[in-house]
Write a protein that binds this ligand. Structure first.
Ligand SMILES: [Zn+2]
Length: 479
């Protein structure tokens, strides 16, 4: 096999292998760290993740969230204050009980999420309705002892970029409005990342520990398994009561706050890589790519200086973008492969011909297209970048739509579930429905109902029990 073909793996045929290889080769993640579910984030991956997360951080700030930092270790007595939450994290939260030498006075929990750390403090801060709403976020690492198979970016024991937002409100209605705002923030975020998704209201039996209800953003990966991208959770007054977060309302009465929280993590970047990548490696949206344009000199002996000067000149003219001039010793072919693998959206080739004709040759990463531009047409580069983003979005949308199927009987469900989501008529999403969901456990998971709500099924029977179907639910096999 020639060196130039080294990377090619059929993404759709062997997604798992493709994914691990692209992460390592493109310097996103090194998965050889000797602790399960914990990985090293390489320079290129780190840059990409930070670019993505900063889009969300900016959106949160625009929507009046303030950024703070809370400690990583939470006293056991604080962590256990909300009973259902505490039970929900039994299997996943790490407990620190000692140093290498001696037992600690009080055991500490390595945060799996920060509700308890934040709300403990909020109970000291919040006194009056005038301080509400309180909207705080942080991007931090969290720890969860995943029992399932771990996978870089997608399923981790140490999540490095957990962006969690938490809010407190005076009324139930204001908390519900906040849920809607959070959904809009996430919509915008995933649209910017060109990640297609469904918003699903989870059934009662699958709600976040300690919450009233939650919405999940879900997408599909190339192997047909679905991935939770983020969730938006209405906590009601459960934590307010457990942590005694009370305020004096306009009417002079003391009341408990109403709360919401929502979070995403670097797995959204795992989704971005998986959905847009191809057999040559990553393909990145122009706006997000750590390097947007790479200039590759095609050097000819005796003319090297002239060509390199011309390259520098082009680089300077494009300085409002993230441009890299690859002057390394590698051959042009090797450079093409490396930057294709890393998903750089625009490649500019400059050889003697380009210098003589006062032009550049552009190659798009998303499609096979070469474009010649005169030096006075360089403003076209931005347009081309935007076209690449638009094209990736269109491709992803089309692909995603093909991953949402429908089934009215078990046979259809079994057949279609390999593709991604399957919409099915279902009896209910309360306790009765739970029994039906459990009967499907071997085949799939029932994730919930679509948001905004769909029309109810008419004259349809529950795919499992045969009783009248009151809702459509979405079934899938998840990560
Ligand atoms: Zn049923």
């Amino acid at each position: 096999m020639s060196k130039e073909k080294e990377f090619e793996i059929n993404k759709n045929k062997d997604f798992s292998k493709w994914y691990l290889k692209v992460l390592r080769k493109a310097e996103i993640i090194d998965d050889r760290f000797p602790a399960k579910g914990m990985y090293v984030y390489s320079w290129y991956g780190l840059d990409l993740i930070k670019k993505c997360i900063s889009i969300l951080e900016l959106l949160l700030k625009v929507h009046k969230h303030k950024e703070e930092r809370y400690p990583t270790l939470i006293p056991y007595s604080v962590f256990m204050k909300e009973k259902k939450f505490f039970e929900g994290f039994q299997g996943e939260a790490y407990l620190v009980t000692k140093t290498l030498k001696k037992e600690l006075d009080e055991p500490l929990i390595l945060r799996p999420t920060s509700e308890t750390a934040m709300y403990y403090m909020w109970s000291m801060w919040i006194r009056s309705y005038a301080q509400l709403p309180l909207k705080i976020f942080q991007t931090v690492n969290i720890f969860r002892c995943e029992s399932k198979m771990t996978r870089p970016l997608l399923r981790l024991r140490e999540v490095i970029f957990f962006n969690e937002a938490h809010t407190a409100h005076a009324t139930k209605e204001e908390a519900e409005e906040q849920i809607k705002e959070a959904i809009e923030i996430y919509r915008k975020f995933f649209d910017d990342l060109l990640i297609p998704y469904l918003i699903i209201k989870t059934p009662k039996w699958d709600t976040f520990a300690g919450a009233l209800y939650n919405y999940d953003f879900l997408t599909v990966l190339p192997d047909g398994k679905t991935l939770e991208l983020g969730s938006v959770i209405n906590l009601g007054q459960n934590f307010g009561k457990a942590f005694d977060i009370k305020f004096q309302d306009k009417d002079g009465k003391k009341k408990y706050v109403w709360q919401t929280c929502y979070g995403i993590a670097e797995r959204v970047v795992g989704a971005l890589i998986s959905i847009h990548g191809d057999n040559k490696g990553l393909r990145l949206p122009f706006e997000i790519a750590p390097i947007q344009i790479v200039i590759i000199p095609i050097l000819k002996k005796d003319e090297e200086k002239e060509i390199l000067n011309y390259c520098e000149n082009i680089k300077n003219k494009l300085s409002k973008f993230r441009v890299l001039l690859d002057e390394s010793e590698r051959t042009p072919g090797e450079k093409f492969n490396i930057w294709e693998l890393k998903g750089v959206p625009i490649r500019i080739e400059i050889g003697l011909r380009e210098v003589k004709n006062n032009e550049i040759t552009i190659s798009r990463r998303d499609i096979k297209e070469r474009i010649k531009l005169k030096i006075n047409e360089l403003e076209r580069v931005e347009e081309i970048g935007k076209e690449i983003t638009k094209n990736l979005k269109k491709e992803a949308k089309k692909w995603f739509e093909g991953r949402i199927k429908y089934a009215e009987n078990l046979e259809e469900l079994k057949k279609n579930i390999k593709e991604g989501f399957v919409k099915i008529p279902f009896c209910s999403i309360d306790e009765n429905g739970k029994k039906c969901a459990e009967k499907l456990k071997e085949i799939c998971e029932i994730v919930g109902t679509l948001y905004p709500e769909e029309n109810k099924p008419i004259n349809k029977k529950c795919l499992v029990c045969g009783k009248e179907a009151k809702v459509y639910v979405y079934a899938c096999r998840s990560y």
